[in-house]
Design a protein around this ligand. Structure first.
Ligand code: FES
Length: 165
């Protein structure tokens, strides 16, 4: 959860810097904390801008290209602004077989957004994701920090804070 929603100042705060360095202290090479460092920034800002990424790279003695490669590979790091809650809809095989396409379409209809879109009130961003590791509870959604198992249409009102279509 974001401590300071959508920070706009470009410099990392003292708290962010301290947390990134704290994470780095657990590794023989600072670069070992690359994902944690990016997560720190995302916790405070909701996403990781180019400027923030450069500052984290400097703190971890990495090149921008190296850290950007990590951020690109790890699909829970957002490199563009997202809504206050990101809805991750698993589209891997178990979830697909048990109706994830239908669930995704119901969400799209309800919120008026497609994959990659953010609601006009900035509340939700909808993204696809590969297997969330809960295939025996398919179909699976992650909304913010919460994983939702065995999702069906009837649950969407509650999951999406009872927003009606
Ligand atoms: S296929 Fe969806 S959680 Fe594994």
């Amino acid at each position: 959860m974001r401590d300071q929603d959508m920070r706009v100042d470009s410099q990392l705060s003292e708290a962010e810097i301290a947390e990134v360095l704290e994470e780095a202290s657990h590794y023989p090479e600072k670069s070992g904390a690359s994902i944690e460092g990016l997560k720190v920034v995302q916790k405070y800002r909701g996403w990781v801008s180019n400027e923030s990424l450069k500052q984290v790279a400097d703190l971890l003695d990495m090149s921008v290209e190296e850290l950007d490669g990590v951020a690109t590979f790890y699909n829970l790091i957002y490199r563009q602004p997202v809504g206050r809650k990101v809805i991750l809809c698993c589209d891997s095989v178990s979830c697909w077989m048990l109706g994830s396409d239908n669930i995704k379409q119901k969400i799209s209809d309800r919120l008026g957004i497609e994959y990659g879109g953010t609601t006009s009130d900035g509340e939700y961003t909808l993204l696809p994701i590969v297997c969330l590791g809960a295939c025996d509870h398919a179909p699976v959604l992650m909304v913010g920090d919460e994983l939702h198992h065995n999702v069906d249409e009837a649950q969407l009102d509650q999951i999406l804070n009872t927003r009606a279509s």
